[in-house]
Unconditional design. Structure first.
Length: 279
């Protein structure tokens, strides 16, 4: 009887009883790392197998003045350059002023440790609106905004991660020991400079025979374009430790904040409770 019922079910859908139990499975391509992380965040609310910003850690270390979590220790309207991942984009229309009727936006900028609200008004939004989209990794140039319950950023510029090294590098320092300076490295670098002309100043950091650290600036005709192609070529020749990029915004993290996301959540909850009681 069960076999008859099974046969009836198969005939109902136009199938044949012979070989009905065989199902051909199609092989699907594996998700990319970015796709996997995005689906983890959508389904679980957290990144489980990594973080989208991990691939940009070198840029964050070289060019960010602080982690987003450090805004609590900064002054209102202080200039800030930070990197992060855009999420929770909300677009709106300016209601008054000379930009009335034009678009502006608010979004969240996330680091691996924290997140902050960002506001980009119409004048800047008109220039950088193409970059204001969820899941885009960017650098933000702006000013600290302490007018709300939690620190935020008033955005003046947005730079995609892929353009940061080229746009932010003011000086390229190349570290050479005497052996490298007397070997094949210099002719190879000369050709590399000629093949990647640009506006970034190049300096050689060497140790003199007397043991002093000396910086030698190359001629203007050897200034370079510090894009990804040049970075790949120079690091393959000298190794990552042989190259140092100096930002036009100042090198290194201005403030090291030891806050964790949990610390931020607790502090935000306390502020919200205090505000509620005051009202």
């Amino acid at each position: 009887a069960q076999a008859d019922r099974a046969a009836g079910q198969l005939s109902l859908f136009g199938g044949q009883q012979q070989g009905a139990g065989q199902v051909k499975m199609h092989e699907l391509p594996d998700w990319s790392k970015d796709e996997k992380l995005r689906f983890e965040k959508e389904v679980l609310g957290i990144y489980l197998s990594g973080h989208p910003l991990e691939q940009y850690q070198e840029l964050l270390d070289a060019y960010a003045q602080a982690d987003i979590a450090a805004l609590r220790k900064m002054d209102d309207k202080e200039n800030i350059v930070v990197g992060g991942l855009i999420s929770q984009v909300s677009r709106m229309v300016t209601k008054s002023g000379r930009f009335a009727g034009q678009s502006m936006a608010r979004f969240t900028l996330e680091s691996e440790r924290s997140s902050r609200s960002c506001t980009i008004f119409s004048e800047a939004f008109n220039r950088f609106s193409d970059y204001v989209e969820a899941d885009r990794a960017v650098f933000v140039i702006g000013k600290v905004d302490l007018s709300g319950n939690s620190p935020g950023i008033r955005v003046d510029e947005i730079v995609p991660m892929k353009n940061v090294r080229e746009q932010f590098t003011g000086e390229l320092h190349i570290r050479l020991d005497r052996e490298a300076a007397q070997g094949d490295a210099l002719p190879a670098m000369r050709k590399m400079f000629v093949d990647h002309p640009g506006d970034c100043m190049v300096l050689f950091d060497i140790v003199s025979p007397e043991g002093d650290d000396v910086a030698i600036k190359v001629g203007r005709r050897f200034y370079v374009k510090t894009d990804d192609a040049f970075h790949l070529a120079i690091t393959q020749l000298l190794g990552p430790s042989g190259v140092e990029y100096h930002s036009i915004h100042g090198n290194g993290r201005k403030i090291i904040e030891d806050a964790t996301p949990l610390d931020d959540a607790v502090e935000d909850a306390i502020e919200e409770e205090e505000l509620t009681e005051a009202m």
